[in-house]
Design a protein around this ligand. Sequence first.
Ligand SMILES: [Zn+2]
Length: 278
Amino acid sequence: MKTKIHTYTSQEPMMKVNAFIVEGANELVIVDTTLTRSDSLGLKQQADALQKPISGIILTHGHPDHVAGTYHLKEHADIPVFAVPSVKQLMLDTEQIKHAQWSGMFGQEWIPEWSYPTELVNNGDQVRIGDITFSVLDIGAGGDCDANSIWLLEDENRAAFVGDLLYKNNHTYMNDGGILRWLSNLETLTPALKDFGSFYVGHGAVCDIKDFGKQQAYFLRYCSEVLKATNGTGIFNDNSRKLFEQTMLSAYPDYGCQFMVGLSADRVGKELAGIHQH
Ligand SMILES: [Zn+2]
């Protein structure tokens, strides 16, 4: 049978993170594992309903909304977890910080302990999980955190699991990593991935190659509005921040994740200001 891709979209209303179930003839591979207790159990239920064993879990990047649920998927089974080394390292470096930052807000829904990658893979590797083969691209810090990877399914699906590289019709989290590296990755990957038909993203609907250009345009608009609002300094005050947020919200009236707009403004401002100094 043709490999089938199922999407699980979180019930958690703020980030609505996606996870994916790749269904082969005899088994399943899970790509990313959601944030909350309920969603990870919901993802597990959707997988169980397919009545095939889970042969492996892939983690595209090291943010809580993509890795936390691994704990519940593995709870009663010894399932290998695949990631590039930097994703595991970022999890190790940030787990305690993320618990401290978010557990209060999510209460019982917060998963208090993470399950870590058990199988480390590298850029260019072909990884066979059961009867499903993925190719790995380690794209480094140029994404929505400091460690990001893309997993390619090169069968007739021509599908790419890109984590949070693209935010389909959503405002984007740019508070980790770097905006210039992210723009560079988009520029480099557009020709490299042009033969792929479907890009499965962490937030929002499935993308196509045109969304790479859309994401780049969003970043350029964001950067130029940061500079405009701060008179080129990259440093906000209450007024300029409000003005900037209003401008971005009215420029993208249909976009979700509206709380992200202000969240990343200082970080991007500092990166842009750093460029001015050199
Ligand atoms: Zn995410």
